[in-house]
Design a binder for this molecule. Structure first.
Ligand code: TXA
Ligand code: MG
Length: 316
């Protein structure tokens, strides 16, 4: 790592240690980080995002020792860690029981007796975690219920003030948030579809995994019905666009009238990577009255995209 990057990381560590909040790149989306044991710093994140206090944050670590220090891990949960974190470096957040003596901020865990934890995969953020040697609490770097950010510029436009620093790590390679899996129940449950396809987890565990939609109670307090919303209305499964609508396409058969194409090849991984960035580009009330989006196939990362689209289209 070059000395400029080293210097940037040192500066971020100093600011975090002083109770500041810093925007960091991950492979999924940008996040706003605070040291997870510092209640006051964590409170700043909630205030800046205008996030409801009942909605807990994901704790980010860079090694298993730290992950095991805060949570109680079943054999199957450890199996997931070994494959998806260590071997494949995939975006998977695992919910486990919180250890009673945990020093983590109660605000970060929203007072729950469980904890959501993941190892992010971005060289700058991994380096920062290694040097800091403390866990960070880090939600996505967007205002609560709005579109997530996948570039440092989008973070800057969203939060021109309030952040101690933004680390620019380029465009996020995955582009959509981590998959969240609940391992505190007798059978695993996907709480949020995301950058690790459910099919891949099912194949690895050799069983079908239920989605939280199959249950009546909402287990993930952050899974609000309306979320990830642009400022103008969204119309789903559109085959044509109406007057004054922006048109977001998918696949090689998209009509000429589209403004942008999530993936000309029809590749769902590429579409996920472009998703938030393209929605942000088209979210321009001075140009358009709404955004029409073509149908996205509902498998693999298409499931995560459709989950975001459904919430984004839910009326205020
Ligand atoms: O990819 C990601 O996961 C990004 C990057 C920055 O790491 N982070 C992210 O954080 O998406 P956030 O705060 O936007 O979403 C975290 C979700 C929320 O829906 C929250 O309710 C849920 O995780 N969550 C956190 N702790 C939980 C817990 N103990 N049980 C169930 N859900 C939990
Ligand atoms: Mg979020």
């Amino acid at each position: 790592m070059d000395s400029l990057k080293e210097h940037t990381i040192e500066k971020a560590i100093t600011l975090l240690s002083l109770g500041g909040i810093v925007a960091l790149p991950t492979e999924t989306v940008y996040g706003i980080a605070a040291i997870a044991t510092n209640d006051e710093a964590v409170a700043k994140i909630f205030a800046l995002k205008k996030r409801p206090n009942f909605n807990p944050l994901i704790i980010h670590v860079n090694n298993l020792e730290m992950a095991f220090a805060f949570g109680i891990w079943s054999k199957t949960a450890i199996k997931l860690v070994e494959n998806f974190w260590i071997k494949k470096h995939k975006p998977l957040t695992i919910v486990v029981q919180l250890k009673k003596e945990s020093p983590l901020s109660n605000l970060a865990t929203a007072g729950l007796d469980t904890i959501a934890i993941r190892i992010p995969n971005h060289p700058l953020t991994l380096k920062l975690l290694e040097k800091l040697n403390k866990p960070i609490a880090m939600p996505s770097a967007n205002k609560s219920s709005c579109l997530s950010t996948t570039t440092a510029k989008d973070v800057m436009n969203t939060f021109p003030i309030g952040l101690s620093m933004i680390i620019d790590g380029g465009h996020c390679s995955v582009g959509i948030e981590s998959t969240i899996i609940d391992m505190t129940t007798s059978e695993p449950i996907i709480l949020r579809p995301g950058g690790t396809a459910t099919e891949e987890i099912e194949e690895y565990l050799k069983k079908t995994i239920k989605n939280h939609n199959d249950f009546s109670v909402i287990k993930s307090p952050g899974l609000l019905k309306r979320h990830y919303s642009p400022s103008i209305p969204l119309r789903l499964n559109a085959l044509v666009s109406h007057a004054e609508e922006a048109f977001l396409g998918f696949g090689k058969d998209a009509p000429h009238s589209i403004n942008l194409n999530l993936s000309v090849k029809g590749d769902l991984t590429e579409a996920a990577c472009n998703f938030f960035k393209m929605l942000r580009t088209l979210d321009d009330p001075t140009e358009y009255k709404g955004i029409a989006v073509m149908p996205i196939p509902n498998y693999h990362l298409g499931i995560a995209i459709n989950d975001r689209l459904k919430r984004a289209a839910t009326k205020r």
